[in-house]
Ligand binder design. Sequence first.
Ligand code: URA
Length: 273
Amino acid sequence: MSLSREQMLVEMGITPLWVLRDHGSSASPVPLSPDPSPMNGRGEANLSSLPLAGERLGERGGDAAPSSLVSSVAGEPPASAATQEATGDWPELAEAVAACRLCPLCQQRKQAVLGVGDRQPDWLFIGEGPGAEEDARGEPFVGQAGKLLDNMLAALDIARGNRVYIGNAVKCRPPGNRTPEAVEIAACRPYLDRQIALLQPKIIVLLGKVAVHSVLREDKSLASLRGRCFEHAGIPVTVTYHPAYLLRNLPDKAKAWEDLLFARRILRTAGGG
Ligand code: URA
């Protein structure tokens, strides 16, 4: 049985606030910059910032940067992985990912999980890495966090596979669902970069700290990055909380909804739906 839009918003914990705001109620709208140019040349788009949210720490999908992640900013990822560049079309990419042995995550995976969805998408959502269910099924975000992501998409009137592609920063499951290490993120980055190049989405939404680290090479708090529009390979990029984090921090669902509306405004500015 499919949920109504209202039920989806309830499920996300964002009613009535965001329904009202989306319809131009008394809640302050998020102002767009008067400058219609999407980028400002500093890797950040000319869209005004939303109010910043407080930080919270989480486990998987949280706002905390593991020490390995932090140190990676200053340190060098292993040359073998960092200097790789993925090329080719989807079949070559899928083959390379399936056979990849560039980092230790290959040792315990059941299978690498490339991604799923429309290959000419408006939206690209990037998560962290496969969990147990994703590892078993070969598809990203099929567990509890995935259900929430699907509800978030549904609230935007979009669905997995239709104008949306879903991928991860790392393609193989980290043992015990731990946060991927910086070297693992670096090893997988060429695959993600190639995916982005092939997909050419109109907007990229980074779900959580690991995706932010991979795409933006940024380790600041999510709270400080939300509500801003960055750029990757000429494509606008926004940041929000990881669904697994939202499952543990229900009040922040409202902020995630705010982030998605912000992303949708950017998408529409870029001519997407
Ligand atoms: N969390 C992620 O980041 N990705 C998945 O595919 C599943 C859970």
